[in-house]
Write a protein that binds this ligand. Structure first.
Ligand SMILES: *Cc1c(COP(=O)(O)O)cnc(C)c1O
Length: 481
């Protein structure tokens, strides 16, 4: 019999019908996304509806859903839309969405214990090892995103450098002063990871880039040598596979070489770029990735898995385990029963309760297959090359960085170009047609198009360039008034 305080419905029939409507609404959203605006500004009254006091009494699920459809869904950032090219956002898929529904229904806690959901995560780990040519002893874990995956890598490297006792004594008790290295093109979360791991942002040496926006190897070696002379202990090199500004890939083989020779942990931030390994055409560009000590990447970017689905892969599974595992009576392991199956995912990171991110990833890889996902990734790079060619053919436009992968940085040529191009980006976003973001390249404000979404086509690229030219013309005419 149902408890009077249970949250289950009295009438499953009504809930079932409502559930089917909600499912249909989201499938409609995805099926017809191309005819919607990418993004639209949030009206004041809509925002105000989300500043209400705590509701004390029940509301009809249908009514709550209606509010979602009217006030939330239309005002999302729009990364599912093929015209979305801002930052580096994945598009998601209907398959991933359906898998999320199954995961939510099961409500599994992936901290550990003897259960098939943990085996699903281990299956994905096995595929990840295979993809990056890592040994069976390598460990891995789903996390929120690459920001946290990078942090976990720093923690494990810190254990390597200072010994397991650092967990007990803390950094202050250790006499070694650590130093770390990354490129000027690296993501800001590398510095943040130094901060959060207690190493400190000052320990991170920012190595300049060469003309191809890759870490300058000679400068790296000079920095390491200078640090050794000054009594520092170099412990961490973070290479980037797919830089956030321009999509550059560091020379990973050369970095592996330096790290090996200097006995320094070699980490790769491959947030979106690492999954280029899924494309036989692009994989050779990542040569050297198989030599990393750890790789951080996201399934939610190029992998098209719905947010969030970050991943950390660590070559030395034992060291990874020892960095996080902790004894606790209530987490005691057994060889039989529900407390079997040790080590558990919670032994490899700071989270104890964890959602079933593995399921939407497993469904995505199972359903589409590695080859198709790789072809989707390669296609975004082909679109970027198409865009590069069209920019080269337009005298009013200027390319600002080489197009290595799927990111194109360009601008409209005019006087006061920074301000005009910033205005163009905002106007493009507000147009609802296409949505790039901006960045700074060589001190110039760039319109930045990151083509990540599997739905994006040449038509969207054409629309971006057409609208940029029209807006540029209009803004320049206004300058001359
Ligand atoms: C997106 C990105 C990150 C951050 O990843 P999150 O999943 O957003 O935490 C780090 N590095 C690079 C190169 C990125 O593109």
């Amino acid at each position: 019999m149902k408890s009077p305080s249970s949250l289950d419905p009295d009438d499953w029939q009504t809930l079932r019908a409502q559930g089917h409507r909600m499912l249909d609404d989201m499938l409609d959203y995805l099926e017809h996304i191309r005819s919607r605006p990418v993004w639209q500004p949030i009206p004041q009254e809509v925002r105000a509806d989300f500043q209400l006091p705590l509701p004390q009494y029940p509301a009809d699920l249908a009514a709550v859903h209606e509010t979602f459809m009217r006030e939330v869904l239309p005002y999302a950032v729009g990364n599912a839309h093929p015209g979305f090219m801002g930052w580096v956002h994945g598009g998601g898929t209907p398959v991933g969405m359906l898998a999320e529904m199954l995961a939510a229904g099961l409500n599994a806690n992936l901290g550990g214990r003897e259960q098939m959901p943990v085996e699903v995560e281990r299956q994905v780990l096995q595929w990840v090892r295979e993809l990056f040519h890592f040994p069976a002893s390598a460990s891995g874990l789903f996390v929120t995103g690459t920001s946290i995956a990078n942090l976990i890598a720093v923690w494990v490297a810190r254990t390597q450098a200072l010994g397991i006792e650092v967990r007990q004594t803390g950094m202050a008790a250790r006499p070694l002063r650590l130093s770390a290295y990354t490129s000027a093109g690296a993501h800001g979360c590398i510095a943040q990871a130094m901060d959060l791991a207690g190493v400190g942002i000052d320990a991170l040496r920012i190595i300049p880039m060469n003309a191809a926006f890759e870490m300058d190897l000679a400068a790296l070696q000079r920095a390491i040598a200078a640090d050794r002379t000054a009594g520092f202990a170099p412990f961490f090199i973070a290479g980037t596979a797919g830089s956030v500004d321009v999509g550059a890939i560091d020379d990973l083989s050369a970095l592996a070489e330096v790290a090996e020779r200097e006995n320094i942990w070699f980490h790769i931030d491959g947030a979106y770029g690492a999954l280029a390994m899924l494309s036989s055409e692009l994989a050779p560009r990542l040569l050297g990735i198989e030599r990393a000590d750890s790789i951080a990447f996201d399934f939610h970017k190029w992998g098209q898995v719905p947010y969030d689905a970050g991943f950390i892969l660590v070559r030395d599974g034992e060291l990874h385990h020892d960095t996080f595992a902790a004894p606790a009576a209530y987490l005691k392991r057994e060889t039989r029963g529900m407390a079997a199956g040790s080590p558990w995912p919670c032994d490899f990171g700071p989270d104890l309760s964890r959602g079933f991110r593995a399921l939407k990833t497993w469904f995505t890889i199972k359903t589409y297959g590695a080859e198709k996902l790789g072809a989707t990734i390669a296609n975004t790079c082909a679109l970027a090359q198409y865009m590069r060619q069209r920019i080269a053919a337009a005298p009013q436009l200027e390319l600002l960085a080489p197009v290595s992968l799927n990111i194109v940085c360009f601008r409209y040529r005019c006087v006061d170009a920074d301000r005009v191009n910033a205005d163009i980006v905002v106007a493009l976003q507000e147009s609802g047609i296409v949505a790039p973001s901006s960045t700074t390249v060589h001190g110039c404000l760039a319109i930045r198009a990151a083509i990540v979404n599997h739905r994006t086509t040449q038509e969207n690229i054409d629309a971006l360039l057409r609208e940029t030219l029209a807006l540029g013309e209009k803004l320049r005419a206004r300058q001359n008034d």
